[in-house]
Design a protein around this ligand. Structure first.
Ligand code: HAM
Length: 422
């Protein structure tokens, strides 16, 4: 029979490498909490309407990349392609606004997009996201950007490029879109087919088209940063000043338009050359109108998400995970036969109860094979238990690094290992 294989664009996280994910996730959680963010978990599937309304029907994500299906009752459901819409749905539904002030939330979870698979671009991938809900102030934008950059730096990642832009608001953006269309109209026939389709519906998406002809045309195009209204301009200036005060370097990229429609004012991305054409490690921005679009009260908010697979690709390529090792056993108990295993079981239990990682032979192999296994697992110490050890209730503890041996009673063994494991 043919073995069944996993679906293209999905990955198994195997025990051989899961410790690297755990390392990244633990660090991310600790830093998020240091900045005062608390975890939120939402369902993996939601009503399709949530993403259509939240992200925008004309975006690539909603129009081409969603995993949408009808449940048995005929309700259209979608596997979440991102979590900002879900978090804000949960925020409205659970009246989190009632608590007053701002809500600071983080999440780590799987997202699903039916994209063409390539390096760093999967169909099931994982994001660490941050949402700061309820503040219109530029310092909120700066806080989430600082959190993003400082976290990347804490992994040892320097020299990543932070690009920022302002995409305006509901007052100045429509005006800019017309200016952009006026500029592009005489060149309409030269635009690629996709951009011709975007011309009426979403002309700003033309700004980040990868097609060479579109890129050349766009080069001379009017930029939004020259057409912001006073409010957006002042906001953008303040964000830049705050980032400078925080010592965070950035590049203004007036062609940065994000792939989700909910952004207002600040938009940003962190890119890395290590990733190839999918060069964004993370991105985000302000989304002051999303809560209203989802049926809540006006609630200015800002956030970002980082792709964990992409983060790990960069960390691996820059050899920043070399010192991260899986946990190895402190003690491997090798035994000649079943009675010796029985004699050691209470001690193994006691050690494990103390949080000391302990292995006992599970296959009844020869002592030589058991020693090889202890070595393969990277155990710090080994004891070999036979008739003598069982009778005298004492063992010879071998340090696998130095080869030193010492004679210890069962009680001394527990005492010694509680004090000496790394
Ligand atoms: P996004 O830019 O669509 O933003 O995704 C954020 C990050 O998720 C990307 O920079 C990338 O690292 C990762 N990512 C996206 N698609 C894939 C994929 N197919 N395979 C692997 N990694 C991927 C958002 O999702 C927004 N919700 C961010 C946000 C939060 N904005 C405000 N709050």
């Amino acid at each position: 029979m043919e073995p069944i294989r996993s679906i293209k664009g999905t990955q198994d996280l195997l025990p051989q490498s899961s410790y690297r994910w755990q390392f990244a996730e633990n660090k991310i959680k600790a830093i998020s909490e240091t900045y005062g963010y608390r975890e939120i978990r939402t369902p993996v599937f939601e009503s399709t309407q949530l993403f259509k309304r939240g992200i925008g029907e004309l975006t690539d994500v909603v129009s081409k990349e969603m995993y949408t299906f009808d449940d048995r009752g005929g309700t259209s459901l979608t596997l979440r392609p991102e979590m900002t819409a879900s978090v804000m749905r949960a925020w409205i539904q659970n009246n989190l606004g009632q608590e007053g002030g701002v809500q600071k939330m983080y999440y780590i979870g799987s997202m699903f997009r039916a994209e063409n698979v390539q390096k760093g671009r999967l169909r099931q991938f994982h994001q660490w996201g941050i949402e700061l809900v309820g503040s219109p102030a530029p310092v909120a934008d700066a806080e989430v950007i600082m959190l993003m950059i400082r976290t990347l730096e804490s992994f040892g990642l320097k020299s990543l490029k932070l690009k920022i832009n302002s995409v305006g608001d509901e007052n100045c953006r429509p005006v800019y879109k017309e200016i952009l269309k006026d500029y592009l109209r005489p060149h309409f026939d030269q635009l690629c087919k996709t951009c011709q389709g975007r011309f009426e519906t979403n002309p700003m998406r033309i700004l980040d088209c990868k097609n060479e002809t579109c890129k050349t045309l766009i080069h001379q195009a009017p930029v939004i940063t020259d057409h912001l209204n006073d409010e957006c301009k002042t906001h953008f200036e303040s964000v830049k000043n705050l980032l400078t005060a925080a010592g965070i370097g950035f590049e203004i990229d007036p062609f940065l338009v994000r792939g989700l429609d909910y952004y207002t004012k600040t938009a940003f991305e962190v890119v890395s050359d290590d990733l190839g054409s999918q060069n964004a490690v993370g991105g985000g921005g302000r989304y002051d109108l999303l809560v209203e679009q989802l049926g809540g009260k006006p609630t200015p908010s800002v956030g970002f998400a980082i792709g964990i697979e992409r983060l790990l690709i960069i960390l691996e390529e820059r050899k920043l995970l070399e010192d991260v090792k899986p946990k190895a056993p402190v003690l491997f108990v090798a035994a000649f036969a079943q009675p010796h295993i029985e004699a050691m079981i209470p001690i193994v239990q006691q050690l494990r109860g103390l949080g000391i990682q302990t292995e006992i032979e599970l296959l009844g192999r020869s002592i030589k094979a058991q020693m090889r296994e202890a070595d393969r697992l990277g155990a710090q110490f080994v004891v070999v238990v036979g008739d003598n050890e069982m009778a005298q209730k004492s063992v010879s503890l071998k340090n696998m690094k130095t080869g030193d041996q010492q004679q210890l009673s069962f009680d001394q063994l527990v005492e010694f290992l509680s004090g000496s494991h790394e």
